[in-house]
Write a new protein. Structure first.
Length: 207
């Protein structure tokens, strides 16, 4: 790769808003620094300080952020899950989304390689972190407040599961009725033709 350059486009959304890197450069640099420090803090929690020091963001991500004041992942938006139609973070309507998508692919590959290397190099740190989390969970579960709220939580979970089950049943019923209706529409003309050709009484049931 010879490097990324922002695409020039004549699409109408681009005419509505253009970033001003020169005007906001100082603020964007400060924000970028905060983002990277936050990532390193999270890495240090799970993989240790040495792993955090080894983290380097991809240069294209920084360049995009310093051009637009937004992370490319935020520009393309984020859904609740891969199959969800709901947006956790809606896509930017006035940004260069096509370029952001290309950069996101490169960034994701960059991070995937980093995590694979860190998971292998600092496996013991991750295991220790998981043990600490499990201990914290057990301490919380041992509190009187947690025990007091347990029945209410279980009732809410049961209510949610029943609601989902009922919703699925309704969808299944609707689908069955729709299919039955389509089949009825398809067979009605054939039945009418048979009645016309034989001149029989269609209200009479054959024995």
């Amino acid at each position: 790769m010879n490097g990324w350059k922002m695409k020039q486009t004549n699409q109408q959304p681009q005419k509505q808003w253009q970033p001003e890197p020169g005007k906001y450069e100082a603020e964007w640099k400060k924000t970028w620094f905060g983002i990277i420090e936050s990532r390193r803090f999270q890495i240090a929690q799970t993989h240790g300080n040495e792993a955090a020091k080894r983290y380097r963001p991809h240069s294209w991500e920084r360049k995009y952020f310093m051009s637009w004041g937004k992370l490319p992942h935020a520009v393309i938006g984020q859904r609740a899950s891969s199959k969800s139609i709901e947006w956790v973070v809606p896509p930017c309507e006035v940004c260069d989304v096509d370029t952001a998508k290309e950069i996101v692919m490169v960034i994701d590959e960059h991070h995937a390689r980093f995590w694979a290397e860190m998971n292998d190099a600092y496996k013991s740190n991750v295991e220790q972190w998981q043990q600490r989390i499990n201990k914290q969970i057990k301490r919380v579960e041992a509190t009187e407040q947690y025990k007091a709220d347990k029945e209410d939580r279980e009732r809410r979970v049961k209510y949610s599961e029943d609601a989902i089950k009922n919703f699925r049943n309704l969808k299944a019923d609707d689908k069955a009725q729709h299919q039955a209706g389509q089949q009825g529409q398809q067979t009605a003309p054939d039945g009418a033709k048979a009645a016309d050709s034989t001149e029989t009484d269609t209200n009479t049931t054959a024995e």
